[in-house]
Design a protein around this ligand. Structure first.
Ligand code: PLP
Length: 398
C-alpha cells in the first residue's frame, strides 16, 4: 500500500538545504569545507532584537496571539509599508507568517485552482516551483537571458502569458542572480500585465540588500494602476539576520489576505509570540546594522568578482544590484573542457566540494544547468579563500 500521495512523491527536498546538509556531513567527518551555499546573513541577530524577545518572555507573552499577528507588529509593518514602499496597507490587510516562505505558499494555496498557470521568471528561487505545484498550479517558466543580466524583458514576459495565467511572480532583487528591476522596468511590465487578469506576487525579501546607487522600488509603487492585484511578500530573515526566528509577512487585496488568515487559523495558527515581539523590536529599533551588513557583502562581492575574472571558463553577468549571491555561469568551461564534471551543474558542484572543499549550489536548482550559486554571506577570508580554491580547481579542468 502506497500511503504517500502523488503530489508528495513528486516533492523534492529544497536543493539549497540539501547542499548545506552535505557540507555539514563532511565537516562532521573532519573534512574542512568552506560553505558558500548558505542563504543567510553571517552576522548575529542584532542585540536590541534579542532584547525584544527576552522582554516578551519576561512579560509572559507566551500564549496564542491573534492568528494574523500581534496588533503592534501589524501596525508597525503597515507603517513601514507606507513610509518606505508607498503601499497604503491597512492593518487588516497585513498578515504575519512563518517566514516569507509561508506567506508565499499560503498565497498560492488560497488562489490557485488546479491547472492555473503561474509565470516564474528564470533563474528562479528554488521553492517557487514546488510551491505552485503543491496546490495543483502549473509553473510556466519565463526565461531571461544572461546577456540582459538575467532581467526579464517585456517580450519574454509577454511570451509566457496565456489566457490561463493566474499569477506572475516578481522577485526583485533576485535570488539567485541579484538582478533587480528599476521603476521604469517594472512600469513597462505593468503595461503588459494591465491587459491580462493576472495577479502579481512580489517577493521583496532582499529589498534592503542593494548596492551602489541602485534604488529599490516596490512593485506596488511602480505599478499603481495594478495595486489591487498585487500581493507583496517580505520578511525579517535577510534584512535583520533573523532566519531562524521565522517571521515574514504579506499584504495585498483584502480577500486574499483574509483567506490566508483562514488557512493559517486552521493550520499553523500564529507565528511564535516571542519571535513576533523580536520582529517588532527589529522594525522599531535602530536600523544601522543593515548598511554595515550590506557594506560587508559589497566588499566581498567585489573581491569575488575579481577572482572570477581571473578564472577562464567562469563568468558573472555583471555585478548584482542586490541580494548576497553570485550566479556564476560555466558555459564556456563546458564548451572547452573535456571533463565529465562540466556536463551538469550538479556534477560540477560535487567536483568543487570534493576537489576544492567548497560548497556551492547547482544552478539546476534555479533553472540553469550551466551555472552555480555562491553566497557572500560568509567571512571575507572564506569568500576569497573559497573562490581561489574554485579558481584553482576549475583550471585543472581545462
Ligand atoms: C527569494 C526568496 N524568497 C523568500 C525566501 C524566504 O525566506 P524566509 O522564509 O526565511 O522569510 C527566501 C529565502 O531564502 C528567498 O531567497
Amino acid at each position: 500500500m502506497e500511503y504517500i500521495n502523488a503530489r508528495a512523491r513528486r516533492l523534492k527536498p529544497s536543493e539549497t538545504l540539501a547542499v548545506k546538509a552535505k557540507a555539514t556531513e563532511l565537516k562532521a567527518k573532519g573534512i574542512p569545507v568552506i560553505d558558500l551555499s548558505t542563504g543567510e546573513p553571517d552576522i548575529d541577530t542584532p542585540e536590541h532584537i534579542k532584547e525584544g524577545a527576552r522582554k516578551a518572555l519576561k512579560d509572559g507573552k507566551t500564549k496564542y496571539t491573534d492568528v494574523m499577528g500581534i496588533k503592534e507588529l501589524r501596525e508597525a509593518i503597515a507603517l513601514k509599508l507606507k513610509r518606505e514602499n508607498g503601499i497604503e496597507a491597512e492593518v487588516s490587510t497585513v498578515i504575519v507568517t512563518n517566514g516569507g516562505k509561508q506567506a508565499l505558499q499560503s498565497a498560492f494555496e488560497v488562489t490557485l485552482e488546479p491547472g492555473d498557470e503561474v509565470v516564474i521568471p528564470a533563474p528562479y528561487w528554488v521553492s517557487y516551483i514546488p510551491m505552485v505545484e503543491i496546490p495543483g498550479g502549473k509553473p510556466v517558466i519565463a526565461r531571461s537571458s544572461p546577456e540582459n543580466g538575467f532581467k526579464l524583458s517585456v517580450k519574454e514576459l509577454e511570451a509566457a502569458l496565456t489566457p490561463r495565467t493566474k499569477a506572475v511572480i516578481i522577485n526583485s532583487p533576485s535570488n539567485p542572480t541579484g538582478a533587480a528591476y528599476t521603476q521604469a522596468e517594472l512600469s513597462a511590465f505593468a503595461d503588459v500585465l494591465a491587459r491580462t487578469n493576472a495577479f502579481i506576487i512580489s517577493d521583496e525579501i532582499y529589498e534592503k540588500v542593494v548596492y551602489g546607487d541602485f534604488k529599490f522600488v516596490s512593485t506596488v509603487q511602480a505599478m499603481p494602476q495594478l495595486k489591487d492585484r498585487i500581493v507583496t511578500i517580505n520578511g525579517f530573515s535577510k534584512a535583520y539576520s533573523m532566519t531562524g526566528w521565522r517571521v515574514g509577512y504579506a499584504t495585498g487585496p483584502k480577500d486574499v489576505i483574509a483567506a490566508m488568515g483562514r488557512l493559517q487559523s486552521q493550520t499553523t495558527s500564529n507565528v511564535c509570540s516571542i519571535a513576533q515581539y523580536a520582529a517588532l523590536a527589529a522594525l522599531t529599533g535602530p536600523q544601522d546594522a543593515i548598511p554595515q551588513m550590506v557594506k560587508n557583502f559589497d566588499r566581498r562581492l567585489n573581491a569575488a568578482l575579481g577572482i572570477i575574472e581571473q578564472t577562464p571558463g567562469l563568468r558573472v553577468m555583471g555585478k548584482p544590484q542586490g541580494a548576497f549571491y553570485l550566479f556564476i555561469r560555466f558555459a564556456e568551461l563546458a564548451k572547452n573542457s573535456k571533463s565529465e564534471v562540466v556536463k551538469s551543474s550538479g556534477a560540477l558542484v560535487n567536483f568543487l566540494l570534493e576537489r576544492a572543499g567548497v560548497a556551492a549550489v547547482p544552478g539546476e536548482a534555479f533553472g540553469d544547468d550551466q551555472a552555480f550559486r555562491i553566497s557572500v554571506a560568509a567571512a571575507d577570508e572564506q569568500v576569497i579563500g573559497g573562490l581561489e580554491k574554485i579558481r584553482d580547481a576549475v583550471r585543472t579542468l581545462l
